[in-house]
Every structure is written in structure tokens, then in C-alpha cells.
Design a protein around this ligand. Sequence first.
Ligand code: BES
Ligand code: ZN
Ligand code: ZN
Length: 504
Amino acid sequence: MEISVLNEALEKIDTAVMVITVFEDDLQNISHIQSLNEAMGGKITHLIESGEVKGKYREFTLLHTENMGPQRVLVMGLGKRKDFNTDKIRSIAASSARYVRRINAHEMAIHDFSSFGVEPSDSACAISEGIILGQYRFEKYKEKKKADIDAIKTLKIATLESERLDYLRQGAETGCVLAKSTNFVRDLVNEPACFMTPTIFAEVATQIAQENNLKLTVLDTAEMEKEGMGALLGVAKGSVEPPKLVVLEYNGNPNGKRIGIVGKGVTFDSGGYDIKPSNSMYRMYGDMAGAAATLGAISAIAQQKLPVNVVGVMALAENLVSERAYKPGDILKSMSGKTIEILNTDAEGRLLLADAMTYIRKYHQLDALVDIATLTGAAIIALGRFISAILGNNKDLIQRMFQAGEGCAERVWELPLYDEFRSQLVSDVADIENIGGRSGGTITAAAFLKEFAGDGPWIHVDIAGTSMMEEEIMRYVKNPYLPKEGGTGTGTRLLYHFVKSFIE
Ligand code: BES
Ligand code: ZN
Ligand code: ZN
């Protein structure tokens, strides 16, 4: 999709569909579309007066025009002014794009939203994000594709304020990079386990590293053995697919902060000997969503050349059942030296993360460490399917992550990580157990991680509930930029904005 920002009146812009918006409770005030309305002989005001256009959120009205730049005008309701925010822009842009695609058009234009009280760069960013995210489909393995997933070939963003042009252009570009990176992560998550093994993931990461000039290290089994990564290797033992530890480094500023990101990359989680029931097992090809989001975020950060430094560690393994698989009761020696009693082979993610965090702390001085993982079903019980859980040892990081989530609508909520929860992990025979019983499952998982996160600032993001959508959940939720089913790409934009907050 080609995006341009124009300093031109709406009625002059040559496009198949011009998208304009009106507020439900401010129908008199249409100064942002006044000249277009006049060029159409007052048609929009007539429709407002007759009550056909009410401005209700999600209402849309298509008008065909004559003798002007746009061939059609799509009037979108914005709802009430007090409910307006950048996420509304994202949604309006996404539903407009879907509509444009449905009527077989390939060009759209839209007015800038900064006159409604948002920053020009945020306005343009949300527009391009919505349009690119909203057109996503995973159709790689279908012979008949439903539609071109980039149906919109050109997008024009129009403003009458020339001093906003640069901000709008830069915002549109950022939105484009973020949405494409998110769609890339959706693809990785949706790829079934047979096509997304640790080895293949490492190859994809190698390609990303080459494209963006990143430093890449891939540790294989022998190198991980040398580091003493007994926890990660314990999980991986049950599969013929060898595990990988992928390390990506982006250096954007020699004097800037250095952020570490560790992602859980279980390319399939059968549960191991504590095997999952079949209806819970099906989606477990998506258990590498944390590693995918890590890769996608670093790629976006590098493309945007953010003046910070990032180290990403992606811990990749399959959790299967075989004569070589780890078993309940086994004791694993982690890279940190701590021994772990395995009470449940399905609590495998924390084992990978433990060694990956020890590794990143050994080789990198970090100002902040974040790990991201589809870690616990309990996160779904606690916060549902639209909010990720955050826990950590540092209030500043919690606050930053919260702000990042609010800004990009990948929302997070803190769960309390009090010291008491550690007592649920006391083992008779090893230094720690890998599960803490039924109560507070997301918190005890974080309490486990805390033992391996080191003393510096650390925050954990549990995306078990948010990384994958199910059709029955989306039936009544109208979010036009989220897929109805499958990988959401959650974490990508969140991590980007979190890292961006460290730019001084
Ligand atoms: N990958 C799962 C968590 C998960 C569940 C992700 C549902 C996405 C959707 C994780 O490895 C797991 O199985 N966790 C167990 C932990 C338990 C054994 C302490 C769980 O949540 O049941
Ligand atoms: Zn598991
Ligand atoms: Zn898992």
C-alpha cells in the first residue's frame, strides 16, 4: 500500500472512496468536511437533517458523487465526542478499509483527525495501523484466497494544515511498520507446528537479522549444554526437533538505554507426560507467540531506527511425549545453578524462560528486562481474552508497560507479586518446584520467574489470553482490526512502545 499525505481540500482529492466522519453529538459542527459538503450541494447536511446520518458509532453511509475528485464518499459515524480516542481512529480506518475492499475498490482517502484533539503523528499512525491490520487474513494454505489481503493499493491522508504534514507523514510511516510487523507476527503464530519448528523459527530470525543489520547468534544443543541450560534442554529432550536459542541485538544508540526482551518460543506444547486434553491442545502451535512478538518488535524498532539498544533472546523448543521426554518427578539443573523439581511437564514455558533470562543477564548489562510468554491458562481466567497480565519487581517498568498498552490499545493489567507466593513453590528435594498449585497460577508462575530474573528491574507479560483469538469470543466483539480467529500479534506494538519510552 502506498501512503501519501496531501495538503489539499477533500473534494479535490482523486480517489475511489473518500472516508469522512461525524460525531453523533456534534452534527452541527462539520467544519472539517464543510467544503466537501458544499461541493456536493449540501448533500451531507441534508442527510443529517433528514436523520439518515446520525453519527452513531459504526454507522456508515455510502454516497456516489459526480464531477469531483472522490468518486464516492463514505460517511462514518464516530459516536460521542467524549468517547473519542486514537483507538476509535484505528477501528474506523479498519472498517472503512474492509468496506472499500468489499465494493472492489482499491483506493481510499481519509481526513486527518488531529483537529479532534489527538497528536497529528498519532492520528496518522492509527489510520495506517487500522487499515493494514484490518485487511489481515491467514490464507497461505488455501487454494482459493478470499480476497487480496492488500486490496487497498493507495491511501491518501488529507489535511488543510500544512504545518502538520511532516508529523502526519512520519506517523503514517510508523503505523505502517508497526502494523506490518504485527501481521508478520500473526503469520508466525498461525503457522502450524509442522512448519514452524525451532529450526525454522531460527531461519526466519536470521532473515530478519540480515534485512535489518542486526547481530545474530543462534545457540544449538551443544552450545546450550556448554552453558548448562538444563531446564531448557530438559523440556526439549522429548522431541526430535532440536531446540534453539536465538539472540538478536539491535544497537541504535551507544549512549542509550539497553533493554532485554526474552520470549517463550514453544513451537508446540502437548503438555508432555502431563498431557493436555485434546481440545486444549489444538491451538498449542501458537505457544511461541512470545518469541514471535519479540522478533516482530525488534524488527519494527530497527526499521524505525529508534535511538535505543535492544537484546532479544528467543527460547525455542517443542514440548512432546516420547521415550526421551522429561517426566514428572525429574529434577533439572538450570543454568543459574538452581535445581528444579518437575511436578508438571506442562509448566514448561517457565523452564525455557529461566535459562534464557540467566543467559541474557550473563552476557548483557541491561537497564530493563522484560519477558513475554503464553505462560498460564490462569491468566485467561483472571483477566479474560483482551487484557494481558503484567507482574514484576519494579514499579517504574509496570507503569511504563501500562502506558504503552493504553497508547496502542494492547492493554495490560498488573497482578500482585507479593513474596508470599514464593512459598507455593517450596520443594522437598530441589531448590524450587515448577508449579505452585491451583491458586494464583499466573502469579506463582511469575514468582518462579522472579527467582531467575536477577536483581535488576524486570517485568513479565503473560499473553496466554490475548495472543490467539477464537471465533466464539469475537462473535459479539466488534473489533475490525483484530482477526476473528488465530494469532493477534499481541505484544508487538506493546513492546515497541515500551522500548520507545526509554528514549531520553
Ligand atoms: N502454554 C500453556 C499456557 C496456555 C494455556 C497458553 C492456554 C495459551 C492458552 C502453558 O505451558 C501451560 O500449559 N501452563 C499450565 C501451567 C500449569 C501446569 C501450572 C496451565 O496454565 O495450565
Ligand atoms: Zn504447557
Ligand atoms: Zn506452554
